[in-house]
Write a protein that binds this ligand. Structure first.
Ligand code: ADP
Ligand code: ADP
Ligand code: MG
Length: 452
């Protein structure tokens, strides 16, 4: 029988995370890399590594032909896409399937349905999941946009149907702004995501971002693994995440979980995924989007459930049955994740690549680090600026925060500018500590410290 072997179509910390899962499962793994990543740890730690092109992602980590060739020529029978890059590209998933390789993720069909954010809204509505008021499908021109906006009232958001990573979202406060920004937003969507389609949503003031992890095998077993609160965001991009959410009670957890599973069932979802919701002060929830892939913040769910999500993704792709049922899922303890990025807070968080001279990593019980950096590692300017995911886990939220404070004090990354101080200050903020926060928290917080 052919030996299982996986090509990892990614880089950075998530490539390392997947390599570890492969090794623990006794499955072979092949790394891919660009010219600027030759000295990366994922290249060193994989069983084999193959260069797929120049530094720019469009020519390497997004180069479907080279990636498929790399998989075939090294005898892989599956591809793990990680997050970002090709992870939610249904065209890529289709090609992978056509080449008789397993795509470690949902089927291309389910991905096509949910990857389009506007179509996903429609499916959610069909299965009675509340959605944010907005356009019924994509909005084709300015006149249509004005009509929708008049109907729901300002402020509104224009969102790229293929957007992601907090990009492709514009807030519009009045008709004049809509006239000025509609075509611009479409052009930006085309340039960034290769799809100019946009849709409109009512802008909800200071909601919480609460998302549900789901997991489903090829035999119709579908389970949710509780929620993550990702409301600590800067410009719609997550910065700190936690599980469980300090805002969610048993009843709301049950409702969100049931809604997430219902949506997944509607498209015959397989593998793991995340259903994102906005939740208002009164606990009303609205479907936002599905991330049909492993997420950056998956470790917090792993800590509180004891489920290794990446190993399960691989087992499911090789057609193992889910080893637990909904009633077997127990949430225990509390987990926090801080994203340490190479960015300069004094220059509006501009990415700050460069040479990392010295790294000291914290440890101890309940401290987890997912990172690809090391002494004298050069952070390339071409990719995402995530350096370290620092995760802490303890029986209570309070202890988890204390652990995070200590871990941040003992985390040293010299040579590049990072957001570490902001993370540290948030861990000491009274409202954060009380669990009283929403997606407006970081904006307000930065205003306060600017004044000091
Ligand atoms: P998560 O939902 O897992 O927190 P993020 O939103 O932080 O994920 O995105 C993870 C990575 O994937 C980032 O590098 C982000 O820029 C990238 N990404 C996510 N969605 C898209 C997309 N549709 N197009 C391009 N890049 C994306
Ligand atoms: P992405 O694909 O980039 O993750 P999302 O649709 O998930 O985009 O939105 C990213 C973030 O933008 C959310 O977590 C939330 O903070 C904010 N957001 C999105 N839609 C709305 C909305 N209708 N009202 C208020 N905030 C929103
Ligand atoms: Mg999102």
């Amino acid at each position: 029988m052919m030996q299982n072997k996986i090509l990892i179509a990614n880089r950075g910390e998530i490539a390392l995370r997947i390599i570890r899962a492969c090794k623990e499962l006794g499955i072979g793994c092949v790394a891919i890399y660009s010219n600027s990543d030759e000295n990366s740890l994922h290249v060193k730690f994989a069983d084999e590594a193959i260069c797929v092109g120049p530094a720019h992602a469009s020519e390497s980590y997004l180069n479907m032909n080279n990636i498929i060739s790399a998989a075939v020529s090294t005898g892989c029978n599956a591809i793990h896409p990680g997050y970002g890059f090709l992870a939610e590209n249904d065209k890529f998933a289709t090609i992978v399937e056509k080449c008789n390789l397993k795509f470690i993720g949902p089927t291309s069909d389910a991905m096509a349905k949910l990857g389009n954010k506007s179509m996903a809204r429609r499916i959610a509505k069909e299965v009675d999941i509340p959605i944010v008021e907005g356009s019924d499908g994509p909005v084709e021109d300015l006149a249509a946009a004005i009509t929708v906006a008049k109907h729901i009232g300002y402020p509104i958001l224009i969102k790229a149907v293929s957007g992601g990573g907090g990009k492709g979202i514009s807030i519009i406060k009045n008709e004049e702004e809509l006239v000025r920004l509609f075509d611009l937003t479409r052009h930006e969507a085309e340039a960034n995501f290769g799809n100019s389609q946009v849709y409109i949503e009512k802008y909800i003031e200071n909601p919480r971002h609460i998302e549900v992890q789901i997991i489903a095998d090829a035999y119709g077993n579908m389970v949710h693994l509780g929620e993550r609160d990702c409301s600590i965001q800067r410009r719609n991009q997550k910065m700190i995440e936690e599980a469980p959410s300090p805002f969610v009670n048993e009843k709301l957890r049950g409702m969100l979980g049931a809604a997430a599973v219902r949506l997944a069932r509607a498209v015959g979802y397989q593998n793991i995924g995340t259903v994102e919701f906005l939740v208002d002060k009164d606990g009303n929830y609205y479907f936002m989007e599905v991330n049909a892939r492993i997420q950056v913040e998956h470790p917090v769910t792993e800590m509180v459930t004891g489920v290794d999500l990446v190993k399960e993704q691989i087992r499911i792709a090789y057609r193992s049955e889910l080893p637990f049922r909904q009633e077997d899922v127990n949430l225990s303890g509390h987990a926090l994740e801080c994203r340490l990025n190479a960015e300069d807070p004094s220059l509006n968080f501009r990415p700050a690549p460069g040479l990392i001279r010295n790294v000291v990593l914290p440890g101890g019980p309940g401290v987890r680090l997912d990172t690809h950096i090391y002494n004298n590692y050069e952070v390339p300017p071409y990719y995402d600026s995530l350096l370290v995911k620092l995760i802490t886990y303890a029986p209570t939220r309070k202890e988890t925060i204390r652990k995070m404070r200590v871990a941040l004090e003992q985390l040293i990354v010299d040579g590049v500018k990072t957001n570490i101080e902001i993370l540290y200050l948030i861990m000491h903020n009274t409202n954060f500590v009380r669990g009283v926060y929403d997606t407006g928290f970081v904006r307000d917080f930065l205003e306060t410290i600017k004044g000091e």
